[in-house]
Design a protein around this ligand. Structure first.
Ligand code: HGY
Ligand code: MN
Ligand code: MN
Ligand code: MN
Length: 409
């Protein structure tokens, strides 16, 4: 009996094949949640799961998981992530975690290994939140952090209703949320930041995920002639949006790391060169590992937005698109990730995650941990996202080692 081992070529081939779905002309992918490209990626995943003999389930928000039976019944050890992407996505964000789950199932089969516990591989709906906010939506519903009917009614940036899109692509399953709490949940993911590469460390033993706050501001002013309207008579919604953006940046510099602030979207109407903007819509993404600091940042931003609007004679509304508290992973499981890396003579360091992940939705309900591998140049949510093949495989091997221990217990 040989021990299960990762077949790096097979893993990299699956990543490559999924990367052809929604491929962009200059590299990278666009598989926005519940689009045709996402459906094609999902279909390929289900084919692979079935080829591996996994028992496939699809729940009411389209989460997909495949289970490999164990000697005993009961909750599986689950490995998961996502296959949807942002519009300028890379090949590895989310995909690495799901493909590694398939690879672990294949490695178990190759070795003829029967495990005490069942093993599950999962892909969660709309982890990115780019088309339909909030992010980590599928895993949030799966684990009870988000309400199914509320999420099904979500309207996307293109006006589509999430539930309609789910039915349209054929992934409206009938399994209710919270149908499965795994024995443990693990996610392998590219770091998406510069830390591991900068320090020359191969593996990140992720200790948790920082708090996330997404707010949409809508400013209403008055369109007017750009040439004839004195500055004191204007109600310039565009100016208010610009001041909010500058304030977001000031918050990040005043609070200092790890506080970050991102203005990802700014739209002004009518958006014409000679018309004072009537309305402006923008999003601000604030994150911090410390929840109290994040709340202070949110309060400062909303107070400033109201003040800027009042000074300009405009109205402003703020709508929360996502709000997740910081999450800590199971320290003993983080230890296992660290030890597994060391056993393989891989440099490893503990670190929080700057990005949100499906794993954070499992952390309150079962032992959860994540493994990071370096992102070249710290790039992600960018078509040039890259992780060296040997690092992708090393991450998968560390995950395999941790999962094998858990499957046998
Ligand atoms: O926004 C995030 O951190 C994740 O990529 N959804
Ligand atoms: Mn991701
Ligand atoms: Mn992402
Ligand atoms: Mn993730």
């Amino acid at each position: 009996m040989t021990a299960p081992r990762i077949d790096g070529t097979r893993l990299l081939n699956r990543i490559k094949r999924l990367g052809a779905v929604g491929a962009l002309p200059d590299g990278g992918v666009c598989r926005l949640a519940l689009t045709d490209e996402d459906r094609t990626g999902r279909d390929l995943l289900v084919i692979w799961m079935r080829e591996l003999g996994l028992e496939v389930s699809i729940d009411a928000i389209g989460n997909i998981w495949g289970v490999r039976a164990g000697i005993e019944d009961g909750p599986p050890v689950m490995v998961g992530s996502h296959v949807d992407s942002v519009a300028t996505g890379g090949l590895y964000d989310g995909v690495l975690g799901v493909m590694t789950g398939l690879e672990i199932a294949a490695a178990l089969d190759d070795a003829g290994t029967r495990t005490r516990k069942p093993f599950a591989v999962a892909a969660f709906t709309n982890e990115e939140g780019a088309r339909f906010a909030p992010d980590m939506m599928g895993s949030g519903v799966h684990q009870g952090a988000l309400d199914l009917s509320e999420m099904l009614a979500t309207v996307g940036i293109d006006g589509a209703v999430l539930g309609d899109e789910l039915r349209r692509i054929g992934y409206a399953g009938d399994i209710a949320p919270r149908s499965l709490v795994p024995a443990a949940f693990l996610e392998l993911h590219v770091e998406q930041g510069p830390v591991l590469e900068r320090e020359g460390v191969r593996i990140g033993a992720v200790t948790g995920v920082q708090g996330i706050s997404w707010t949409e501001f809508t400013v209403s002013g008055q369109s007017n002639h750009a040439g004839t309207t004195p500055m004191a008579m204007r109600h310039d919604a565009g100016l208010v949006a610009a001041r909010i953006a500058v304030e977001a940046r000031a918050i990040a510099s005043d609070f200092g790391p790890p506080q970050v602030a991102t203005v990802g979207l700014v739209e002004v109407e009518p958006g014409l060169v000679n018309v004072v903007p009537q309305t402006a819509r923008m999003t601000v993404d604030l994150r911090n590992t410390d929840n109290e600091r994040l709340k202070a940042a949110e309060a400062r931003l909303r107070e400033a937005a109201a003040r800027f609007a009042a000074e300009e004679g405009c109205a402003v509304t703020a709508r929360s698109l996502a709000r997740f508290d910081p999450v800590a992973f199971d320290p003993t499981l983080v230890d296992r990730v660290e030890n597994a890396a060391r056993q393989r003579q891989l440099g490893v360091r503990r670190m929080p995650s700057g990005a949100g992940h499906d794993a954070q939705m499992f952390a309150p309900n079962c032992p959860t941990a994540m493994v990071f591998v370096p992102s070249v140049g710290g790039l992600s949510h960018n078509i040039n996202e890259h992780t060296e093949p040997h690092d992708l495989v090393a991450g998968a091997e560390v995950l395999l080692d941790v999962v094998l221990d858990l499957l046998g217990e």
